[in-house]
Design a binder for this molecule. Structure first.
Ligand code: GLY
Length: 453
């Protein structure tokens, strides 16, 4: 079967690489792909996801048997519906179901309706009531732009002044786009460790994948601004088998059933971003796609044929799989970034050492922002450049092997975190000055964690 993967990140390289290993796979194409997919037995196709007619013509010409859509933007724009409408088999949710990620308001209201544990919140379509609400909270809040904002529309605030400023940035200044900022969600800021739990979903059937932990902040010890993800490990020991069972019952089951009842059934991978608070688990957000870099560590451990799995989801035959087989060894992925990322960064820097790193046993270098330059060299072409991923007998071994591979790779300006997986290895982060924001006494009252709409 010929397969087309849509996207150009580390997630898509990992998916295409594993799909190519299926005995049933014919040609695996990636549109548009990156330098890794160009050199890994995968065929890049120079079509962007917005060129929908071109994509459809390509699929028909190449007799594509399965289209796998990686990123959220094409899903939110309805690419899965469009291609399905042309008779193609597609892995990925409809535009309506993708609202679970593309609209924060939709996701929060769905969670409320389905009784899925989440932080107390309110939705606003005007800045003034949002400001009034913030000023009367006796806790810190998070302000979220309703729409997709390339992962930047969530502002975690320490003080009410920061939250009021976030409302202005989102709703008045349209910093994340006029559409994304038409509504905001203001929700209670929660404290705890975060964990990513993804599940394959098809109709009413779902199969959770092992939990992973991402590292969102750019700096060691979770310092500095947030990024798309600086590294991940899998499995995350914090997600005990008991908790995984609980989340099936309290999160995945009610969400999937509510979506089916609402006539926007989910098909694809549903990604729950959870936080483990003193009061129990709360869902911070849902994504309608594979995580990045969670996919790199999951794919490294996956033993079941990925093509069989994704096709079964697309065919609504997921119930045929009782279990998914995993390598028992943990995996660690360290993301190498361009200088300046997550702010402004340069591209076009030649990269050396990838082949040496790839030759190490149980190591795979997944490309993200890379291209083949005019001199036929692999060069940087984005903020997150490579995801160096390794398996090890223990999590500590996987970490050591990943960093051994990282040391072989260089490009101008390269930076990365040196503490991926330390949370699970119980390595203490370096002491940092702790700032505890204090609200004026008149606001230090009331409590509760019940949604108020
Ligand atoms: N790693 C977080 C995400 O994929 O959104």
């Amino acid at each position: 079967m010929h397969v087309l993967v849509i996207g150009k990140g580390g997630r898509e390289h990992a998916l295409a690489w594993r799909l190519k290993q299926s005995p049933r796979a014919g040609t695996v194409f990636c549109a548009p792909g990156n330098a890794g997919t160009a050199r890994d037995g995968i065929t890049n196709v120079a079509i962007e996801h917005t060129e929908t007619d071109k994509l459809q013509r390509f699929c028909l010409k190449e007799k594509i048997g399965l289209v796998v859509i990686g990123p959220e933007d094409p899903l939110a724009a309805g690419l899965a519906d469009f291609l399905r409408g042309k008779g193609l088999k597609v892995f990925g949710p409809s535009k309506d179901a993708a609202r679970i990620e593309s609209s924060k308001v939709f996701a929060k209201e769905l969670m409320l309706k389905a009784d899925v544990p989440t932080a107390e919140f309110r939705v606003f379509d005007h800045p003034q009531p949002a400001r009034d609400y913030i000023e009367t909270r006796d806790y810190s809040v998070v302000v979220k732009a309703d729409g997709l904002a390339a992962g930047k529309g969530v502002v975690v605030c320490k003080t009410s002044a920061e939250a009021v400023a976030a409302v202005k940035r989102i709703m008045t200044d349209d910093e994340f786009g006029a559409k994304a900022g038409r509504h905001v969600v203001v929700e209670k800021r929660l404290e705890g460790e975060e964990v990513s739990v993804l599940a394959l979903v098809s109709g009413r059937t779902f199969l959770p994948l092992p939990a992973c932990q991402d590292h969102k902040a750019v700096g060691d010890g979770d310092t500095g601004p947030n990024t798309g993800g600086m590294g991940a490990y899998c499995p995350a020991p914090i997600a005990t088998p008991e908790l995984m069972k609980e989340w099936e019952r309290t999160v995945f089951f009610p969400t999937i059933h509510a979506m089916k009842r609402g006539r926007y059934p989910f098909q694809g991978v549903l990604f729950g971003g959870f936080i483990l608070t003193n009061q129990g688990t709360r869902v911070l957000e849902f994504n309608c796609r594979f995580g990045d870099p969670e996919t790199q560590v999951l794919i490294m451990r996956l033993k079941t044929d990925l093509l069989d799995l994704l096709e079964a989801v697309a065919d609504e035959r997921l119930q045929e799989f009782e279990n998914i087989e995993w390598d028992t060894r943990p995996a660690v992925c360290v993301v190498l970034c361009s200088g300046g990322y997550p702010g402004k960064y340069d591209t076009g820097k030649p990269i050396t050492g990838i082949a040496d790193a790839d030759r190490l046993p149980d190591v795979k270098v997944f490309h993200a922002g890379t291209k083949v330059d005019e001199l036929n060299r692999v060069a940087t072409d984005g903020g997150r450049v490579l995801g160096v991923t390794a398996l090890g007998d223990t999590l500590a071994d996987a970490k050591a092997r990943a960093y051994e591979a990282v040391k072989l790779i260089t490009f101008a300006g390269m930076h990365y975190r040196s503490d991926i997986a330390d949370k699970a290895l119980k390595v203490k982060p370096p002491a940092a000055p702790v700032e505890t924001p204090k609200l004026p006494a008149k606001f230090r009252k009331r409590g509760g964690d019940k949604p108020s709409t």
